[in-house]
Design a protein around this ligand. Structure first.
Ligand code: NDP
Length: 468
């Protein structure tokens, strides 16, 4: 029997509207159904959030912390159910760095975030007067979240916002709405009605949210073109925005590395969540001296990783989540091969399903789509380098600037090189390893603002200054 997951408005399941099927990308079967919210449902959700806001904003910080900790506990209680639902709609395996890992991350992120505080600051206190800086909630936050890490990214948008005293309306991707709807339903046990609502939609609600007069801020994770539209639409009602957009992260491997020692770290840097990760390694620059050994070691790891239906405990890599993304990856790989790149493993698949072989191409150069654009999938292009200044220039020559990494046996050398890379985060001897206490955001077209830690929490507040 197919389960229908309701929207959540004012603490209640809301079933008004047409249902739509959400497909399991591994099997092509229906994973479940969601209700497509219409404009009236959005208005109801916004009204509920506005009603809840004064009370929630006035709730003592410690009580909001307790509610977030209760949410962390509820996620733990429902972890198995959420992980299975996530695997069914997203495709990522239950095992490995997959669905259980994501749900575990949700619990850990929520607990850590719940421990944060934002104390008032005294900027001046002397005979001439006293200046206090307070952080106050913004109001109603609209969160628009993607299909790659839907539950974890949902938590990143919801938890700091409600801890800071805001109310939230989350709109998950139409590709993966089910786990977010269920997550928000589960959360209701810890929250007053109206503090968090969830609306699924097959189109329009995202745009209507960004234009809504009674939503005060939009936080969006997704593509650069849609991020630009979010900003444009939010400008009309002077909404704040936090945008976490795409990346085309470079990784620079120095000649002093031990190829076998770094191979597994490189693999997960490139292929975590099948490469469908904003801060995955997407351009790999390997020094000529170690190029062949690094490529062989990386390909060795890739060949040993079982791919298939994520419900099977043996698999650690799943399908690409949707056909559009599959076609992008296929096009980029074909373009690179046509322009002279060589496939060390994988290549353009001929099957009709969404399983795309883990693909490693050498001889990838600027001018190839795989180098210049974000593939957001299981294909990495490797570029050989000899000149450090030239490779740094190449790494920085991108419209995105989310993450980057430097790989070396010499931490000081790697650290110095990190200073020359222009990105929101630079990792040393790892890639994409985000953590809840480290601010995360991009430069250039990778976004505006940061998430995580105290800096991320501050983005969920307005400054209120009291002067006497
Ligand atoms: P998009 O970036 O296009 O985002 C789709 C979401 O944006 C939907 O929820 C949609 O809601 C909403 N939306 C669309 N138009 C507007 C608007 N004008 N205002 C507000 N919201 C709007 O995602 P795709 O799934 O199409 O992915 C495209 C590319 O994005 C991928 O190829 C990948 O490169 C990148 N991506 C990046 C991610 C990241 O983590 N940074 C995650 C996922 C994808 P509605 O349907 O209601 O209109």
């Amino acid at each position: 029997m197919t389960t229908t997951y309701a929207n959540i408005i004012d603490g209640q399941r809301d079933q008004e509207g047409d249902g739509f099927d959400v497909m399991n990308p591994s099997t092509g079967a229906v994973a479940g159904r969601a209700i497509g919210a219409n404009e009236a449902a959005l208005d109801r959700a916004v009204a509920a959030a506005r009603r809840a806001f004064p009370g929630w904003a006035a709730t003592p910080w410690a009580d909001r912390q307790a509610a977030c900790n209760r949410i962390a506990g509820l996620i733990g209680d429902h972890a198995a159910e959420l992980a299975e639902l996530l695997t069914a709609e997203q495709g990522k395996p239950l095992n490995g760095v997959g669905a259980r890992f994501e749900i575990g991350g949700c619990q850990a992120w929520t607990s850590y975030t719940a421990s944060l505080t934002l104390e008032p600051e005294v900027l001046q206190d002397n005979d001439e007067g006293r200046v206090e800086l307070h952080r106050v909630p913004i109001g109603v936050v609209g969160a628009i979240t993607p299909w790659n890490w839907p539950v974890l990214i949902g938590i990143w948008h919801i938890v700091p916002a409600i801890l800071a005293g805001n109310c939230v309306i989350i709109k998950p991707s139409e590709n993966t709405p089910l786990s977010t709807l269920r997550l928000v339903e589960i959360m209701q046990e810890a929250l007053p009605p109206g503090v968090v609502q969830a609306l699924a939609s097959e189109g329009e609600i995202g745009r209507l949210m960004t234009a809504h007069e009674d939503i005060d801020k939009i936080s969006f994770t997704g593509s650069i073109p849609t991020g630009s539209k979010v900003m444009e639409s939010a400008a009309k009602t002077i909404k704040q925005v936090t945008l976490e957009l795409g990346g085309n992260d470079p990784g620079i491997v120095l000649p002093d590395v031990d190829p076998k020692a770094i191979a597994e770290g490189l693999f997960w840097g490139c292929f975590i969540n099948n490469g469908q990760t904003c801060a995955a390694l997407k351009r790999l620059y390997v020094h000529d001296d170690v190029h062949d050994e690094v490529v062989e070691a990386l390909a060795g790891v890739a060949r040993a990783m079982p791919m298939g239906d994520g419900m099977d405990e043996d698999n650690v890599i799943g399908p690409i989540q949707n056909r559009d993304q599959y076609n992008i990856v296929k096009e980029f790989v074909q373009d690179a091969l046509d322009k002279g790149a060589k496939a060390v493993c994988g290549g353009v698949p001929s099957g009709n399903d969404l399983f795309f072989p883990t693909t490693i191409l050498t001889g990838v150069e600027p001018g190839m789509k795989l180098h210049d654009l974000e593939q957001f999938g299981p294909a990495i292009g490797i570029t050989r380098w000899r000149d450090e200044d030239a490779v740094v220039e190449l790494a920085n020559d991108d419209k995105c600037g989310l993450g980057a990494s430097v790989w070396s046996a010499d931490p000081d050398r790697a650290r110095k090189l990190a200073d020359r890379i222009s990105a929101g985060t630079v990792w040393i001897n790892k890639h994409g390893m985000i953590q809840p206490n480290a601010p995360f955001g991009g430069v250039r077209k990778s976004g505006i603002g940061v998430q995580f830690g105290v800096e991320g929490l501050r983005e969920c507040t307005n400054i209120k200054t009291i002067i006497r």
